[in-house]
Design a protein around this ligand. Structure first.
Ligand SMILES: Cc1cc2nc3c(=O)[nH]c(=O)nc-3n(C[C@H](O)[C@H](O)[C@H](O)COP(=O)(O)O)c2cc1C
Length: 201
């Protein structure tokens, strides 16, 4: 599985969390890492053909970003608007992303319990991230369970260091793909059933 991580933080030099994740991904063999803020420059303009080639060459696409106003920072939206074009990502012959995977890795300032019905942010992360899920569906990608680090505002240095291993394990986990996970569970059930049949005869 070839993994492409697109980091969308407006200023990694001021980041506590996403910078650590960026450094972790940079040290990992098999991950291609792009800093969208550096690539897009002050006008957030991307080389569309180059970015589309990166997408074509990878199987799992990861959007890494801090949650800003319940969405991603503008650099990721600019990248999506420019790179996910008609005829490439959608439209009658726009099937170039079909079969790939889309994974989000994000950090929030608010704590986990605020992202529930009745919490002060009211909505779950699954609900708030729906535009990304629908982008995956429209483009024929498999949307994977996101990685969310909550409570950036109060996270200790130890919490952040620990998150490096958990975000990396999540990003590299093949079983995030529901089809792969389900196939393994089905196989286990089948083997259990065979064993039970043998025992009862
Ligand atoms: C402009 C802006 C908007 C933000 N919006 C949210 C938000 O909607 N929900 C939330 O939980 N945190 C929000 N935060 C907090 C960031 O998510 C938090 O600072 C970030 O995840 C920390 O990551 P970093 O250390 O990599 O910068 C916001 C921060 C900024 C600067």
């Amino acid at each position: 599985m070839k993994t492409l991580v697109l980091t969308a933080h407006p200023d990694l030099s001021k980041s506590r969390i996403n910078r650590k994740w960026f450094e972790t991904f940079a040290e990992t063999d098999g991950i291609t890492l792009l800093d969208l803020t550096r690539l897009g420059g002050p006008t957030l303009n991307f080389n569309v053909a180059e970015q589309q080639d990166f997408l074509l060459a990878h199987d799992r696409i990861v959007f890494q970003f801090p949650l800003y106003w319940y969405s991603a920072p503008p650099v990721l939206k600019a990248w999506m608007d420019q790179v996910l074009t008609y005829g490439f990502a959608y439209g009658p012959s726009g099937t170039k992303l079909a079969g790939k995977e889309l994974l989000l890795a994000t950090s929030t300032g608010g704590p986990e319990d605020s992202y529930h019905a009745g919490g002060y942010n009211n909505f779950s992360m699954d609900e708030l991230l729906k535009p990304f899920q629908q982008t995956a569906l429209l483009t024929g990608m498999t949307y994977l369970r996101p990685f969310v680090f909550h409570g950036a505002a109060v996270a200790s240095d130890e919490d952040i260091i620990a998150s490096k291993a958990t975000v990396l394990a999540h990003v590299l986990d093949p079983e995030l793909n529901p089809a792969i996970k389900k196939a393994r569970l089905d196989k286990m059930l089948e083997e259990d059933a065979k064993l039970a049949a043998r025992v009862s005869t």
